[in-house]
Design a protein around this ligand. Structure first.
Ligand code: BJ8
Length: 382
């Protein structure tokens, strides 16, 4: 595995430091909105003068608390997120003035009904597909409705200027994030997938967008320099792309293992990667329409049909010179599990690359079995 930089923060350290910063912001009167998904139009939260904070559960610790209320056979991300909330063990949930969620998969949207009993949860009605004009119209209406909800709940007013400023700021953040991801295109890659994933998840605990942009730009510049001085011209290890469900909760179990077993994790075709970053919000039109258009284009498996994900995957396989694809399917995630049939067919038959799906949860019970499967997969690539 590549050596991690000296100032590299691990996820739990970043999460810890974030608590303190958020507490200070709250004491200064700042409002906080807890969010769960890439479909969340965070520009609206910023325009309301509030701070968006990611609440996706990535740990198995709160799962027993969740299983008192939710079925055991449910996605660990949903159980972990609810478990933190119901056991009151997540300061970020505690500090949130409200929760902003969307109707994505069935498990999440039903869980949000229960979360609403713990804290006010506004659920945006995300259309189940993008076809026709109805989907865009109804999603546009959801943006307008969200403006009213935020204004009411946070006792503020969102002006068009505020929203345009937030759109410009988030677009700059997207460009900086994309440049950071694209370091993985270099051969050999000077950055580990473990670092990419950790930095992206840890950045959700930095509440000043300018600071986030600066961190990303600085690390990208360092990595480019490091590539020129230490990596260019050297042999490359097998290059793996991760696809499927969010991978933050299995970072140690899968991402770290892939790299320790001799491959480079160069790209993420999931919500830890460029999925929502590579497509900017248009700055020259009705900002609510621009947000509706941008967020509806996100190609998560909850959309039906979803050919855009396969197109995006194909582009990434070429751009990142990928040698093999590993799909992470979290336990009981039906949409990614079913879509994996198309992904496997596309990767193996159209792109001629090896593919493997790993179905797992946040526990450590299958660590040995996963290591064996990753080792066997890397042997095929070699
Ligand atoms: S845009 S990937 S963050 S919904 S919770 S669908 S893993 S069963 S997280 Fe997601 Fe938004 Fe899509 Fe991204 Fe499956 Fe679990 Fe549902 Fe999940």
């Amino acid at each position: 595995m590549l050596k991690l930089p000296e100032n590299f923060q691990d996820y739990s350290e970043a999460r810890q430091q974030g608590f303190i910063k958020l507490k200070e912001l709250k004491e200064r009167g700042k409002k906080v909105v807890g969010i769960f998904c890439t479909y969340t139009p965070t520009e609206m939260v910023l325009a309301a003068g509030a701070v968006p904070v990611g609440l996706c559960g990535m740990s198995d610790e709160p799962i027993p608390a969740a299983e008192k209320f939710l079925p055991k056979n449910l996605c660990p991300l949903i159980k972990s997120s609810y478990g933190f909330a119901v056991s009151d063990t997540c300061p970020y949930f505690y500090f949130s003035d409200m929760i902003l969620a969307e109707t994505t998969c069935d498990g999440k949207k039903k869980m949000y009904e229960m979360m609403n009993e713990l804290k006010y949860t506004h659920v945006m009605q995300l259309p189940p597909g993008r076809s026709g004009s109805t989907a865009l119209h109804s999603w546009y209406d959801e943006m307008l409705r969200l403006k009213e909800v935020l204004e009411q709940q946070l006792e503020t007013v969102i002006t068009e200027d505020d929203l345009r400023n937030a759109i410009r700021l988030k677009n700059r953040e997207r460009k900086a994030t994309l440049d950071f991801f694209e370091i993985g295109r270099l051969k050999p890659s000077p950055v580990s997938g473990y670092e990419i994933s950790t930095i992206m998840d840890s950045n959700s605990f930095i509440f000043d967008t300018e600071e986030k942009i600066a961190i990303l730009e600085e690390r990208t510049a360092q990595l480019k320099k490091d590539y020129q001085e230490n990596f260019a011209g050297k042999p490359s290890r097998p290059r793996i792309l991760i696809t499927g469900c969010p991978s933050g909760g299995v970072r140690d179990k899968i991402i770290r293992q892939i790299e320790e077993l001799g491959a480079d994790m160069v790209a993420f075709e999931n919500c830890s990667g460029p999925r929502a970053q590579k497509d900017l919000v248009a700055e020259d039109k009705d900002p609510y329409l621009a947000l509706a258009e941008k967020y509806l284009r996100i190609n998560c498996s909850v959309m039906s049909p979803n050919p855009e994900r396969i197109e995006a995957l194909g582009e990434m396989l070429d751009e990142y010179s990928v040698d093999g694809v590993i799909e992470i399917i979290l336990q009981a995630c039906h949409t990614f599990a079913i879509e994996s049939y198309r992904v496997r067919k596309f990767v193996t038959e159209e792109k001629g690359l090896p593919y493997m799906a790993l179905e797992t949860d946040y526990s450590q019970t299958d660590t040995g079995q996963i290591n064996t499967r990753i080792s066997a997969f890397l042997e095929i690539i070699d």
